[in-house]
Design a protein around this ligand. Structure first.
Ligand SMILES: Nc1nc2c(ncn2[C@@H]2O[C@H](COP(=O)(O)OP(=O)(O)OP(=O)(O)O)[C@@H](O)[C@H]2O)c(=O)[nH]1
Length: 269
């Protein structure tokens, strides 16, 4: 089995979220285009980073998943305009860190695997961080089709990034699977009230219109970051097993419940 290392594959250990590094290329489906984008674009820096962060994910380790259920990957993709905080959200979730003032646009696409414990099950999310810049759009489209979940971000301090959400949703309709789980995320909720350009209610309204789950997050403060990925993991697990187990799970109710204690300005639809 051929292995490929991408720059974003080392993980931080957590109570219920564990690491899983250097997954097989069969599962990862990293194609040659991606490899090229990850390694040859010299417009940004001599050492391009698929994550936008120069020194993120340079360590290496090899570990095989011992649990056979972990062979099932749930492909989750972060989407949204350049600069909305996709990489920051992933880095925060993965390492618990926020790197301020270190913005360099993501080049192409790269992934991180993360195993999330949901009750007595484990869900393996393969989280793809995409470049928000227009010039990479045709590359990222190719990844939508087999995605199980999409986290679509805008920046609450950037109205244009919010206005572009409709266009993103239309692209998703064109390229993604109908069953894909979509979560709309207003990031940078830590901002000063005077910098906020998109009201939470506007995000909620748009999410309702498209029947998708909504929440506000902050990669800087960590607000709702784990909840966002946990909600996706739970929803995907429910979609896979819910019918057999005759259980019921409503992702919107889950998010509402989980986020209500965080802060009054960060609840959900
Ligand atoms: N205040 C604040 N700043 C943030 C937050 N998330 C990201 N940023 C900042 O926003 C800038 C862009 O963040 P990135 O994570 O690189 O954005 P991106 O969406 O990955 O951008 P592309 O790679 O170009 O698609 C960086 O300077 C971050 O430090 C947040 O939650 N709060």
């Amino acid at each position: 089995m051929k292995k490929i290392k991408t720059p974003i594959l080392a993980m931080a250990l957590d109570d219920n979220i564990s690491d899983d590094v250097f997954e097989s290329i069969e599962e990862a489906e990293v194609n040659q285009n991606t490899k090229n984008l990850l390694t040859t674009d010299t417009n940004y820096d001599k050492r391009p980073s698929s994550t936008g962060y120069r020194d993120y994910k340079l360590s290496s380790a090899t570990r095989k998943p011992s649990d056979p259920s972990l062979k099932i990957l749930h492909k989750t993709i972060l989407l949204g305009d350049s600069g909305v905080g996709k990489t920051s959200l992933l880095v925060k979730f993965d390492t618990g860190k926020f790197q301020t003032g270190n913005f360099s646009a993501t080049v192409g696409i790269g992934f991180t695997n993360k195993i999330i414990s949901v009750d007595d099950s484990k869900v393996k999310l393969q989280i793809w961080d995409t470049a928000g810049q227009e010039r990479f759009r045709s590359v990222t489209h190719a990844y939508y089709r087999d995605a199980h979940a999409l986290l679509l971000l805008y920046d609450v301090t950037n109205k244009i990034s919010f206005d572009n959400i409709r266009a993103w949703l239309s692209e998703i309709r064109d390229y993604a699977n109908e069953q894909v789980v979509i979560m709309l995320i207003g990031n940078k909720a830590d901002c000063n009230p005077s910098d906020r350009m998109v009201k939470r209610e506007d995000g909620e309204r748009l999410a309702k219109e498209y029947s998708v789950t909504f929440m506000e997050t902050s990669a800087k403060s960590g607000l709702n970051v784990e909840i966002a990925f946990m909600a996706v993991a739970r929803e995907l697990l429910f979609k896979k097993t819910g019918i057999e187990k005759k259980g019921s799970f409503n992702v919107q109710d889950y998010v509402k419940e989980q986020t209500k204690s965080n802060c009054p300005a960060c609840s959900t639809t």
